[in-house]
Design a protein around this ligand. Structure first.
Ligand code: UD1
Ligand code: UDP
Length: 366
């Protein structure tokens, strides 16, 4: 590494950013570039942040902006102020942003206004639902990015329809799946199940819930509690509960069911170990829809739409409502897990190297 090498700055901040960024940083190590890893501090609990750095072999962040939680405007603005200062002191040749969280759009806005090239990893996903903050973040980030790195064919098509220059769109596959495939062999179903008190001799379901559409409004929360309790009437449910909505769910009596095991968010390896051994997953997460697809675990997505339709057409995923969830679980438990299943194209563990090649070429290092 010499001072004359191009500077590539990676922006991370929230839990789903870390498994996406890890394979890109690792693959870019093979090129003559200097890399800087920024953590915005959007997520900060040990179990939402640090554990991923340990388990995924990510380097310590070079900079942590410590923005923390807040309303959208406050959180996005604090991130922008911090990044503008950082990029003024040390001008990057390329800023790489991941996914669709507030840290993503904040970084893209700052960099593009400073005339710095932006690469968006996981570009082009669309739920077409502007009530989701993530959809707004996706649309804006793509519009001002110079490199659009897409995980699926439908994402490339959305970008094309929106008028993106075809030369900026690169179908590279899914880096989150690189991370999954790297760890899948070392998952410890029995060990983690014992830790959280789940008996693997009987089927169990893993659930994750954090979307505003499920956990913010008390009326939605009341319905959610009834729905998940109706699932727990059939099968043991273990739920590593995201901090968002934890209090509202507790207040609505969520914890009052003998077959519902509520634990703190789990580390990446522990979470996917539980998923691997489960009969089905119930989720509103984006990344979990993708991971279950590759692991062949039936996934019931508690949302009216998904920006990841490939997990339905090529995967195990199915959309459900709070009303249809209990019956859907019954069907999935009766059907059992399939022995073989399709996997979306280029979700093959090599997305990191493909992305690194595009980034390096862009900064004249590849
Ligand atoms: C954010 C992303 C969402 C992503 C999710 C992944 C946005 C707009 N949303 O949602 O797309 O799916 O991360 O997990 O960027 N909190 C803690 N500890 C933490 C972090 C958060 O207690 O380490 C609590 C705080 O009360 C906070 C709330 O969770 O107000 C929400 O955090 P925030 O980052 O605003 O949004 P998420 O719901 O986590
Ligand atoms: N995850 C985890 N521990 C948990 C729940 C999820 O490590 O207790 C991982 C999961 O395997 C995936 C990522 O967190 O890699 C998904 O993040 P999240 O669901 O918070 O965000 P989304 O993908 O919905 O934006």
């Amino acid at each position: 590494m010499t001072p004359s090498q191009p500077l590539v700055v990676h922006i991370t901040g929230a839990r789903p950013n870390f498994p996406k960024a890890a394979p890109v940083l690792a693959a870019l190590e093979g090129y003559p570039v200097e890399q800087l890893l920024v953590h915005t501090g959007q997520h900060y609990d040990e179990r939402m942040s640090e554990v991923f750095f340990r388990q995924l072999g990510l380097p310590e962040p070079d900079v942590n902006l410590g923005v923390g939680s807040g309303a959208h405007g406050a959180q996005t603005a604090a991130t922008m102020v911090g990044l503008e200062e950082l990029f003024t002191g040390r001008r990057p040749d390329l800023v790489v942003v991941y996914g669709d969280v507030n840290s993503t759009v904040a970084a893209a806005l700052v960099a593009s206004k400073m005339g710095i090239a932006v690469a968006h990893v996981e570009a082009g996903l669309r739920s077409f639902d502007r009530t989701m903050p993530e959809e707004i973040n996706r649309v804006l980030t793509d519009r001002i990015s110079d490199l659009l790195l897409v995980t699926s064919v439908d994402a490339a098509a959305h970008l094309g329809r929106e008028g993106a220059d075809p030369d900026t769109i690169h179908f590279v596959g899914n880096p989150m799946i690189d991370t999954l495939l790297r760890h899948v062999g070392s998952l410890d179903v029995e060990g983690v199940a014992a830790q959280v008190g789940v008996d693997t001799s009987r089927p169990y379901v893993v659930a994750t819930l954090h979307r505003p559409g499920n956990v913010d409004d008390p009326a939605d929360v009341a319905e959610l509690v009834d729905s998940v309790h109706a699932v727990a009437d059939q099968v043991r449910v273990v739920i590593p509960l995201h901090p968002r909505g934890r209090q509202r769910l507790a207040d609505a009596g969520f914890l009052d069911h003998d077959d519902l095991v509520v634990v703190d968010p789990l580390g990446y390896v522990e979470f996917l170990s539980l998923v691997k051994g489960s009969a089905a997953v119930v989720t509103d997460s984006g990344g979990v829809q993708e991971e279950t697809t590759v692991m062949g675990v039936p996934c019931l997505t508690l949302r009216p739409n998904t920006e990841r339709p490939v997990t339905i057409t090529h995967g195990t995923n199915r959309l459900v409502t709070r009303q249809t969830l209990p019956e859907a679980v019954r069907e999935v438990l009766a059907a059992g897990r399939q022995d073989t299943w399709p996997v979306p194209p280029l979700w093959d563990g090599q997305a990191g190297p493909r992305i690194a090649a595009v980034l390096a070429r862009h900064v004249g290092a590849g």
